[in-house]
Design a protein around this ligand. Structure first.
Ligand SMILES: *[C@@H]1O[C@H](CO)[C@@H](O)[C@H](O)[C@H]1NC(C)=O
Length: 223
């Protein structure tokens, strides 16, 4: 069991290392964009009118700054992956690292300001789904289509900072993107037939196909 866990960890590190080597020379700024639901959210729901919030104890009891809106006691998956990414980047570019002044936490879209967006933005929102209506009985949320719109706005802001679209695209081409979404389309939609009609409209297999089709479309928009 321990060996298996180690293997998974080593594989993850190798994949990230491979990624860094591929982008080596293209850009000296590491960047990382995150889309998804509560598993990856780092504070985007804090000021939304929703029950899907985690900016109060005991959330964050093991996080350096206490509760942040992460749905966990400490760091979430996006933080852990980002930590490896930036650690490896620091090993490669240790000389320029201090000058860049970046740290390994990606700001939530809700509070990202100025040049920090060049390093990446986290758009994830608790209770959000692939489908717009998913999670609506809990309150407001930034569903995937809105997260993509927010990313589009970020890109426009980056063009302003960088100076032109070509350089912005070159920078974006070196960034790591992760998306973790879809479980709310079941637990806060299909499996709540009192609140959502999907259960009566689609068989489980039809619904799965529908989700995959919409998700594929959304990933293309992002691309
Ligand atoms: C979902 O929301 C997006 C963004 O507001 C909108 O463009 C799209 O038409 C909506 N999709 C559906 C199926 O209502």
């Amino acid at each position: 069991m321990i060996a298996r866990v180690n293997n998974v960890t080593i594989t993850t590190i190798l994949i990230i290392l491979n990624f860094i080597i591929l982008v080596h020379g293209a850009s000296k700024v590491p960047c990382y964009f995150i889309f998804g639901d509560s598993l990856l959210d780092n504070g985007n729901n804090n000021n939304l009118n929703t029950e899907a919030k985690a900016n109060y104890p005991p959330y964050g009891i093991d996080f350096p700054n206490g509760p942040t809106g992460r749905f966990t006691n400490g760091r979430n998956m996006a933080d852990i992956l980002g930590h490896f990414l930036f650690l490896i980047f620091r090993l490669i570019y240790f000389d320029s690292w201090e000058l860049l002044g970046f740290d390994d936490y990606i700001p939530p879209f809700a509070s990202a300001i100025g040049r920090e967006i060049l390093q990446g933005v986290n758009y994830a929102s608790g209770s959000a789904g692939i489908r717009n209506e998913t999670g609506s009985h809990l309150g407001n949320r930034i569903f995937l289509d809105l997260q993509l719109q927010n990313h589009h706005n970020t890109i426009l802001r980056m063009v302003d900072l960088v100076g032109n679209r070509v350089a912005t695209n070159a920078h974006l081409n070196t960034c790591l993107y992760i998306v973790g979404i879809g479980s709310n389309d079941y637990i806060n939609n299909y499996l709540v037939p009192k609140r959502y009609s999907t259960n009566s409209l689609y068989t489980p297999s039809q619904y799965a196909t529908l989700l995959v089709q919409q998700y594929a479309q959304q990933l293309k928009v992002q691309h």
